[in-house]
Design a protein around this ligand. Structure first.
Ligand code: ADP
Ligand code: MG
Length: 247
């Protein structure tokens, strides 16, 4: 069996007296869409922060393609191919969509910003390809600040893809979107993940989106992973129903 892209083993993370994660273990394979769900405060964002190096776990290990990355600086982990999209839009509002993606490509190639004027010519074709992949080529010359919210989300996806991620972490990617738009963004993400063999780990509150687009679902409750498996199995798990529907 090939090693998974991401392997998280027995992670523990404590904030003061609050145990945010305890004995959390799971893996994500290439091309797989995995949803991490759980009520507010369950530890989902903390889990993402531990994986991408923003937080150091108190115990446990994180491996990327079988290589230990636990405790490496976030920038190094990003270099190794861990991309992330944020709940709050992270584009430069006054720059065009094209410039935002070109900037991301420049950063990936570790080129200095002083190369910017040349980079805008150098990376135009590549940036356009990325925009085509997310269905936003027609928005290339629009300033990001003028885009509809759903479009910004697609541009963020293009920016994340510019880093050629092996693993993409998406923390509440559809927050603030209309239900129809949510399904569209996640269908697009799933298609890109499958085509590019990218492992995707995402959090999501809309259960229709979760069970419609995740291959597997992990359920966190107060820092503990209480269920993990194929979407249909998890959906019918009595403990999951209890957490979501109350006793
Ligand atoms: P989720 O993303 O599932 O809503 P979080 O990972 O943000 O949950 O939070 C898990 C728990 O850890 C919560 O009790 C939260 O208050 C706590 N927590 C998260 N980040 C910090 C922090 N930087 N300092 C102190 N407590 C934190
Ligand atoms: Mg969160």
């Amino acid at each position: 069996m090939t090693s998974p892209v991401l392997e998280v083993s027995r992670i523990r993370k404590v904030f003061g007296g609050v145990v945010a994660l305890e004995e959390v273990s799971f893996a994500v394979a290439a091309g797989e869409m995995v949803a991490l769900i759980g009520p507010n405060g369950a530890g989902k964002s903390t889990c993402f922060n531990v994986v991408n190096g923003q937080l150091r776990p108190d115990e446990g290990h994180v491996a990327l393609h079988g290589r230990a990355i636990t405790g490496l600086p976030a920038r190094k982990i990003w270099r190794l191919g861990v991309g992330r999209t944020f709940q709050v839009a992270a584009t430069f509002a006054s720059m065009t969509v094209m410039e935002n993606v070109q900037m991301a490509l420049l950063s990936r190639r570790r080129r200095l910003l002083s190369l910017w004027p040349r980079a805008t010519r150098l990376y135009r074709g590549e940036a356009l390809e990325l925009l085509e992949r997310v269905g936003a080529a027609d928005l290339a010359d629009r300033p990001c600040g003028q885009l509809a919210y759903g479009d910004v989300k697609r541009i963020e996806l293009a920016i994340a893809l510019a880093n050629e991620p092996a693993l993409l972490l998406m923390d509440e990617p559809t927050a603030g979107m209309a239900p129809g738009e949510r399904a569209e963004l996640m269908a697009l993400t799933a298609a890109i993940a499958r085509e590019g063999r990218i492992a995707v780990l995402f959090t999501e509150h809309d259960m229709d989106v979760v069970f419609g687009h995740a291959d597997r679902v992990l359920v966190l409750d107060r820092g503990h992973l209480i269920a993990a498996g194929e979407a249909d199995t998890v959906r019918n798990d009595p403990r999951v129903r209890e957490v979501y529907l109350g006793p």
